[in-house]
Design a protein around this ligand. Sequence first.
Ligand code: SF4
Length: 576
Amino acid sequence: MILNKRSKAPTPTPADTTYLFGPTPTTNKPIGQWGIEKKKDSDAIKVSLSDCLACSGCITSAETVLLEAQSIDEFKQQVAACAQSGGRRAVVVSIAPQSRASLAYAAGLSTLDAAKRLTGFFKAMGVARVYDTTAARDFSLLEAREEFVERFRASKAANDDQNNQNNQNSQTPNPLPVLASACPGWVCYAEKQSPAVLPHISHVKSPQQIMGTVVKRRVAAALGLDPGAVFHVAVMPCYDKKLEASREDFREGEGDGAPVPDVDCVLTTGEVAELLAGAFGVTVAEKDGYSSEAGGLLEGAGALARCDPAPLDGWLASLGTGVRPRTMADMDTDADMDDADVDASNDDEWVWGCDSKDGGGGSGGYLEHVFRYAAKTVFGVVVDGPLEYVVPRARNPDLKEVVLRDTDGVVLMKFAQAYGFRNIQNMVRKIKPTAHDIHLGGGRDGCGYDYVEIMACPSGCLNGGGQLPPPPALPAGTMLDPSAPMPATLGGMTAKELVDELETRYRWGGGTVEARAPDQSPEVAEAYREWVMGGVGSEGARALFHTRYHDRGAEAAAAAGGTVAIAAQLKLTSDW
Ligand code: SF4
């Protein structure tokens, strides 16, 4: 990573360096903020991805992490190289719906319009295909719900066995609670700080990495190219996704050549705003990315409104066409009442969105989808309407619980949504076996939950560190530019208010987003049939859509000369 000038630390005194890093090194080379060697004071400090400690200070901060291999410059170079390749190489872009919502809001566009203009912008640069990761999220949700049901049943069976036979050693290899795996900030933290919880983490890849698999295998073949000839760029709401894309588990061997990453480059929402601003010569204030246009309230992404729209690239762009699936009952919801700016001109086109009655926390709706499916599949209970969440501590709205009870009030399942590092740390503390538990040969009963949707960012992915910041307040007396789009607000905005606005774009998008359950997608069903060659949770699906985790401490110990026994424990593979 490269530390930019905003994150530059004061030069440590000799006493500081002795305190932090031991005696002063005998070499005369200067030492950077974290003991990293610099050539000169004016040089950028460089460390590799493997140096990341996954501490919460850096994990969600857009300020401190810029990765050389995943940058705007690299993207531009690859686009230029593909343009000169005579069709032998191609760039494919896939955009997260959270990023699209942020860009749409900044530019004052409906979600569908933003999707079309982003497609037009990237294609004008020379990108071959522009998709969105909603279809990949469908695969991820289907696999996650099936995995949960299997692990839940296995765990209950093991418990019954233990109760009936007093068999203290009866344990499942993948114990409850199942912890969601879509957030790389959380996964990275668990691998480096709390490897004891790794068996709890779902083995299903995140939407970004499933999209990588689809692009490098299915799309590349459709384009008549080898996976290595396709440069896949993901537009994501956080910098942690760059770390995720760089994992060795997400590379495929290609004959004798070097392994090919499923996602070659991740650009954050803010970096796309930079690209847009640069393309249209919009001057953007370094401080916060807002331009001098429209009274300084328009983010650089406002330039998106000047891009020509282009048709969306079919189902992998989450395009819906024909007759809108809305019913009168749908129209009678608060959502549609709020949605006063329905874009009627696009009534025969829309984009598919998250199948959630309450937005799914802006992070894909894992909890909600798994909860409804498990309630129906395991207990035969159909859960309609919004889930009845309970916030156990009023001052901590980022921890929410939902419970399924039988008619006698007995708890059948208990799920939680835990966002932000404070909640992650509390959750890990409750799940991690103590020395006493280990001595008794068992694990912890856990935190009392069966499933936890864990996300590193407070308020979830809509509030990711790579998203566009809230607009600043308009200085008194400012004249708005009449030729620029009207800014979304004149009076500034808090982060919470911005997340609420983004959720509106994410769920309804000015009337251009329709919710659809992943099992209602005919294209996803066709992909399982024709490409995966198996159903949800089948061997083929696990090979394509599942992953594994690593105890990074043990890995480092083995690399430093650890024993064969330690090395054998390095890879925590799935038994599911
Ligand atoms: S919760 Fe934050 S860190 Fe995690 S995937 Fe979402 S945006 Fe990224």
